[in-house]
Design a protein. Structure first.
Ligand code: NDP
Length: 296
């Protein structure tokens, strides 16, 4: 293995520490803590684990973390009513409705009902538009975390060839917008891309956000490229045990790439750290207090 391993776990820990220190400053200046409210509908096991981690991480970072746990039978109107209450609550800086939602609820309608200035997940169409237009807003946490890791590793990204494999609204598309804003030459690949190997092969930066275990092979990677693996896939091994793997064949790619994120311990830990960062940014903006957002 020749690649440098990008330690997302350590980077996320230091980001959470910075956020915690600035959040303490905020509480002193504003006379209240920054507030993140998470809404969980139903009892999906993975979602419950994510929500508990978000609650714990908020408290550790001096941010008031509140969770509303609603039954799986909650109606769309009931959820919309809760979102309206949170929009109007001055102590709430960030609202996050945990996805997926039960099938009787239209997640697009719920996301569209969140005040864009409290949409710390960055999923609201207004925030997608702001990102595309270069206006300040909120950027989805996972791609923003990927960008932080890339800039920490490479400094300026200007002029680099980048490929984003995957075009979802929560990862692929915002990732491509962020790389474009950094003056990369960006290709977005997806399931209809004719020659994925060649597209990946000309790229200095590869971001894989697909959800297919080890789709991106080491032989595709340009020597020295920086590889960011967003995928989290649980696969069953021959002996019946299971393990997590990314969307990139790690061992192969690490022989060719200049740097690569592992799974787990790469992009995954960045998401919650960026969520806390976005919540704190929201709190500063809403109180009209000065903050150097680029330093967070
Ligand atoms: P989606 O399922 O929403 O999107 C997957 C994308 O991959 C689609 O655009 C799809 O193309 C594309 N795709 C599927 N198969 C292929 C293929 N064979 N070749 C090329 N492209 C393909 O997934 P998400 O964006 O939500 O998530 C992607 C991965 O990232 C998942 O493993 C998920 O678990 C992980 N993830 C991790 C996070 C974290 O670390 N915190 C947060 C969010 C996601 P098309 O549009 O043509 O169908």
């Amino acid at each position: 293995m020749s690649a440098t391993i990008i330690d997302g776990k350590a980077f996320a820990a230091s980001l959470r520490e910075r956020v915690g220190a600035v959040a303490a400053d905020f509480a002193r200046a504003a006379g209240r803590q920054a507030g993140l409210t998470v809404v969980l509908v139903g009892e999906d096991a993975a979602s419950s684990v994510y929500v508990r981690s978000k609650e714990r991480a908020s408290i550790a970072a001096n941010i008031a973390g509140t969770v509303h746990r609603l039954p799986a039978t909650t109606t769309q109107d009931e959820l919309l009513a809760l979102v309206a209450t949170l929009n109007a609550d001055p102590a709430v800086d960030g609202i996050l409705v945990q996805l997926p939602l039960p099938k009787q609820i239209d997640s697009h309608a719920i996301i569209a009902a969140i005040d864009p200035d409290k949409d710390v997940d960055g999923f609201h169409p207004v925030n997608a538009g702001r990102l595309a237009s270069g206006l300040p807003g909120f950027v989805p946490c996972t791609p923003l975390g990927c960008l932080m890791l890339l800039k920490d590793r490479l400094g300026s990204l200007s002029g680099l060839e980048a490929v984003v494999v995957g075009r979802s609204n929560i990862v692929g598309k915002p990732m491509a917008q962020l790389l474009l804003a950094e003056s990369c030459t960006v290709t977005i690949a997806h399931s209809r891309t004719r020659d994925l190997a060649a597209t990946v092969g000309r790229s200095d930066i590869v971001v894989a956000a697909v959800g297919v275990p080890e789709l991106v092979r080491g032989a595709w990677i340009k020597p020295g490229a920086t590889v960011i693996d967003v995928g989290i896939n649980r696969v069953t091994l021959a002996d019946g045990t299971s393990k997590l793997v990314g969307d990139v064949a790690f061992e192969e790619a690490a022989d060719v790439a200049g740097a690569i994120t592992p799974v787990p311990g790469g992009v995954g830990p960045m998401t919650i750290a960026v969520l806390l960062r976005n919540t704190l940014v929201s709190a500063y903006r809403r109180e009209g207090l000065a903050l150097d957002e680029s330093a967070l």
